[in-house]
Write a protein that binds this ligand. Structure first.
Ligand SMILES: [Zn+2]
Length: 307
């Protein structure tokens, strides 16, 4: 357990960290807008000349983070098909995604308000008065799936004590790979590092339960679960951003970029999604849709799928 905690400290967000503990005191309450009072159109109008298979989502108050992520998840069949229907939050997510995919008719404004309430009830951190983060939401929504192995890089590792030769196995699941200054080179290096053998020595020892002391250890990877969906999160908010789209190969599989969430901060935060639709990039800025290549300089999350 101590080893596990130590590893969590080293890798932080790289591995699927526990949800932050949020105080539930003084949180504002949410309200649902009654559907009958709504005048929002059932179908959002699309600008002339736009032939998307999807439609934009209205911002019902600080929901750009939710709208942006749902646009990308609507283009992610692995998520849509695996989403269970055993809770209010999952049913509401399915309804909104169907609407985005132009498959369902409903009062979308009221449905997003409901979803906002269910997210708050389930996770506490997503309340309508906060500026929320699509990365945190992604982590939370993955927890709703009965099986998230399509989305998790799982490293199967062995940690060997160099003194007593006792070893223990460890599974390290991760929903993200963090990039600092995204480039094809950084992506390739990051993937290579996943499997690299690591030595703990000098001032960087690990605790051996067999020796009951800190020892020199070697950690090696003997297996890896390659997910269908590979998500990179760009951790260097103030630094350089991605310069373009990079597809990559990993363990013989080709991964292709199909979704990008961009982050803007000019006083208040704003998130915009881009998805690849029939080989053309579409921009979804809440309910505004346009043909546009991703603004890689503001990329925050990059979504790749195995092709
Ligand atoms: Zn030992």
């Amino acid at each position: 357990m101590m080893i596990l905690n130590f590893l969590r400290k080293i890798f932080g967000y790289f591995f699927d960290s526990p949800r932050p503990i949020i105080s539930i005191q003084n949180l504002p309450t949410l309200s649902i807008v009654p559907e009958k009072k709504l005048v929002f159109p059932i179908w959002a109008s699309q600008p002339d000349g736009i032939k998307s298979h999807k439609q934009g989502l209205p911002n019902v108050g600080n929901t750009c983070y939710l709208n942006a992520l749902l646009q990308v998840l609507s283009s992610t069949p692995d998520f849509v098909q695996k989403l269970p229907s055993n809770s209010k939050i999952c049913v509401s997510l399915s309804r909104v995604i169907s609407w985005v995919q132009q498959k369902g008719r409903l009062s979308i404004f009221a449905e997003i308000k409901k979803l906002q309430l269910y997210l708050f009830q389930e996770f506490r951190m997503f309340n309508e008065h906060s500026e929320n983060d699509p990365k945190e939401l992604y982590l939370s929504l993955m927890g709703l799936l009965p099986d998230s192995s399509d989305f998790s890089i799982i490293l199967y590792k062995k940690i060997l004590c160099k003194l007593c030769h006792n070893f223990s196995n460890l599974e390290e699941p991760s929903l993200f790979c963090i990039l600092k200054n995204p480039s094809k080179k950084e992506i390739e290096e990051k993937l290579k590092n996943l499997e690299e053998e690591k030595e703990y020595k000098g001032g960087n020892l690990l605790y051996c339960e067999n020796c009951s002391a800190n020892r020199e250890m070697v950690m090696s990877t003997f297996g890896i679960n390659i997910p269908n969906i590979f998500v990179f999160y760009i951790g260097n908010v103030l630094g350089k951003r991605a310069q373009g789209a990079y597809n990559f190969f990993y363990c013989g599989d080709k991964f292709e970029l199909y979704g990008v969430i961009c982050y803007y901060n000019s006083g208040c935060r704003h998130y915009i999604a881009y998805t690849l639709d029939n080989a053309e990039w579409m921009q979804y800025n809440d309910d505004h849709i346009s043909y546009s290549s991703p603004d890689f300089e503001h990329a925050y999350m990059l979504f790749y799928k195995k092709t």
